[in-house]
Ligand binder design. Structure first.
Ligand code: ADP
Ligand code: MG
Length: 347
């Protein structure tokens, strides 16, 4: 294990807890994402790992060495961790090239600029190497900041919303390039983002944060398809939630009909089913047990279609591929393709 964050807690002067009992581990050569809405404590967590903030409680270890506890606080510059700040924080009086070459102290002097240029080229900034930060756009500064953080090949790089200022096309290509640089050099990264698609596609594992707490850690497929809580289900994309009473069994009666659950449950249950795990059909003799609904809206998106269906006063979202074609006001039955996921009741 490379990084271990154990039960960290933090409040600022007003005493309101900003991070509560957060724990996670990052393995060697792993890209780990902290995903959550704005204000949930992602940047604060990253700043504690870097050493710019001191956790009130809990410990942080890097390669087994204690970096932070209630008694210990290793200085940020001694931690050997790369950092891309949300606001880039480039040296304003240096060119892009010098910004990147600056940290390459392990290389002999004559090699530093050559290597810095190579990394700048890989983040698409080779043509701008002689410009100062003031002559670069936000997105260009962001790519220089990325190059500066990864060029010295630290064991761990902390990335705070590092692609937020790039337009869609550039974001995808920069993400791919950065991922390949990290993987090739054997670096690990903690990526902070509020963008679920970015976390799902860039990270090996994801921790989903809500109001200072980590609600779930898992592989992208796990947090998406097996959310543990209502918050995780809703934050990772659109979903359909059902509530009902269950009597020690693995089915639930809903307004759509009887739906299978992913596990047996008892008592009041909330469960989630993704829109692509529902389908719609023309009502016919075999739709026994499933209620009829009406299509109230349709979004055509090329390779797939999103339908909004109203059924017994409730609205449901269904994604189908583009071969399942219905029109607004058509009568349909909604059928589940997969079991609904039972969520933990957090109170
Ligand atoms: P995120 O990066 O997830 O958007 P932050 O970690 O920046 O969230 O902030 C989490 C909470 O901590 C917010 O409510 C924010 O206002 C508060 N906060 C962050 N830094 C400070 C600070 N230096 N002083 C007081 N409150 C802070
Ligand atoms: Mg932030």
């Amino acid at each position: 294990m490379l990084l271990e964050v154990k039960h960290i807690e933090k409040s600022f002067e007003d005493g309101v807890p900003v991070i509560q009992q957060a724990s996670f581990e990052v393995q060697e050569n792993e890209i780990f994402a902290l995903l959550g809405p704005s204000g949930c404590g992602k940047t604060t967590t990253l700043r504690m790992i870097a050493g710019f903030e001191h956790a009130d409680h809990g410990e942080i270890y890097l390669e087994g060495e204690l970096l932070s506890s209630s008694k210990v606080h290793k200085a940020p510059q001694k931690r050997g961790i790369g950092f891309v700040f949300q606001d880039y924080a480039l040296f304003p009086h240096m060119t892009a090239l010098d910004n990147v070459a600056f940290g390459l102290t392990k290389l002999p002097k004559f090699k530093r600029k050559v290597f810095a240029e190579e990394v700048l080229c890989r983040t698409g900034m080779g043509d701008h190497k002689h410009k100062s930060p003031a002559e670069l756009s936000g997105g260009q500064q962001q790519r220089v900041a990325l190059a500066r953080a990864i060029a010295p090949e630290p064991k761990l790089v902390l990335l705070d919303e590092p692609f937020s200022n790039l337009d869609a096309m550039l974001r995808e290509s920069t993400r791919k390039e950065v991922r390949s640089i990290l993987k090739k050099a054997g670096m690990s990264a903690v990526l902070v983002t509020h963008d679920q698609e970015e976390a799902l596609s860039f990270a090996d594992r994801i921790a989903v944060m809500n109001e200072g707490r980590i609600e779930q850690i898992g592989l992208p497929e796990e947090v998406y398809y097996q959310p543990k809580t209502k918050f995780v289900a809703q934050f990772l994309g659109r979903t359909n939630l059902f509530e009902g009473d269950v009597d020690n069994c693995d089915t639930i009666q809903t307004k759509l009909g009887c739906i299978k659950l992913n596990r047996s449950a008892n008592g009041r249950v909330t469960c989630s089913i993704r829109p692509e795990h529902l389908t719609i059909e023309t009502p016919n003799g075999s739709s026994n047990g499933y209620s009829r609904g009406i299509i109230i809206a349709r979004e055509f998106k090329g390779h797939d279609i999103t339908y909004h269906v109203e059924c017994a006063g409730e609205r449901y979202i269904i994604h189908t591929d583009n071969r399942i074609v219905f029109e607004k006001n058509d009568e349909v039955v909604v059928k589940p393709l997969e079991a609904a996921v039972v969520l933990d009741n957090l109170n």
